[in-house]
Design a protein around this ligand. Structure first.
Ligand SMILES: [Zn+2]
Length: 262
């Protein structure tokens, strides 16, 4: 077996240099943190969903979901007469939590769903959706399609005027508080699935766009190519470009030198 090439400068082999240089990029680190944040938030969301389901008083279940959640603040001052039990204070803390969670998850998904459906447009924080692989874009579109088909509802409006050709309802249209809550919890889970998928796509894209680590033959200043590792190549280029930058000052020094010597 022939001796494996080593870098002419640092003497490291191909295997040594890839082990040394395969470090996480700042972007990879950022994505990794976002991924663990998504997992934590998903766990919180599932726990909260249970509290919300149990917390909605019977008296409120038939209220319109959109009406209640868009007027959550007003419910602070409203009390409902309830026969034997007297008045029931509306659980504003619970409503506030539901509204807040909806904003973070479903509202985001409503904005992004048209992009995922069409396969083009901007995904907040990740840039143009078209930069991802087609298979990945198709997978996200299917996730949205399947969710909407299951609920026979659009996550958000698809922007077209008139009745939806598929016969789907729009968002929370016509849902009471309890059913709306179930739709919101399901859409919230889809939000976390979409986030996790998008981040995984971004991570794979970042890894494949990293420069290859290894040893290449590089011609330096007209000499025959010498084996250099990817780390030393960068250093050599740096040195070489500095030499070029100071070149205009060199002839003077060179022509002055013989005079001193003679
Ligand atoms: Zn080297």
């Amino acid at each position: 077996m022939p001796e494996q090439p080593r870098c002419w400068v640092c003497r490291r082999s191909e295997a040594e240099i890839s082990a040394f240089a395969d470090v996480e990029t700042p972007r990879e680190g950022e994505i990794r943190q976002q991924m663990s944040q998504v997992n934590l938030s998903r766990t919180d969301f599932i726990q909260s969903a249970d509290v919300w389901r149990k917390g909605v008083p019977k008296e409120f279940r038939e209220f319109d979901f959109k009406f209640v959640t868009s007027n959550a603040d007003q419910f602070k001052s409203i009390r409902i007469a309830n026969g034997l039990l007297g008045e029931i204070a509306v659980p504003t803390k619970l409503l506030g939590e539901i509204v807040e969670a909806k904003k973070l998850t479903v509202d985001w998904l409503e904005n992004v769903a048209p992009v995922l459906r069409k396969g083009e447009g901007e995904v907040p924080g990740l840039g143009a959706f078209s930069h991802f692989e087609k298979a990945d874009r198709d997978l996200l579109r299917r996730m949205v399609d399947q969710f909407e088909a299951k609920w026979r509802r659009r996550i958000g409006s698809d922007g077209s005027k008139g009745a939806d050709p598929s016969g789907y309802k729009q968002g929370f249209e016509g849902l009471n508080l309890l059913d709306g809550l179930e739709f919101m919890i399901a859409a919230g889970m889809l939000y976390y699935d979409v986030q996790a998928q998008l981040l995984d796509m971004a991570r794979r894209k970042e890894i494949t766009s990293k420069p290859k680590r290894g040893i290449v033959a590089v011609p330096v200043n007209g000499y025959p190519p010498i084996p250099l590792c990817s780390v030393c190549v960068v250093v050599m280029r740096e040195v070489y470009s500095r030499q070029l930058a100071v070149e205009p000052a060199v002839p003077q020094q060179v022509s002055a030198a013989p005079l001193v010597r003679s």
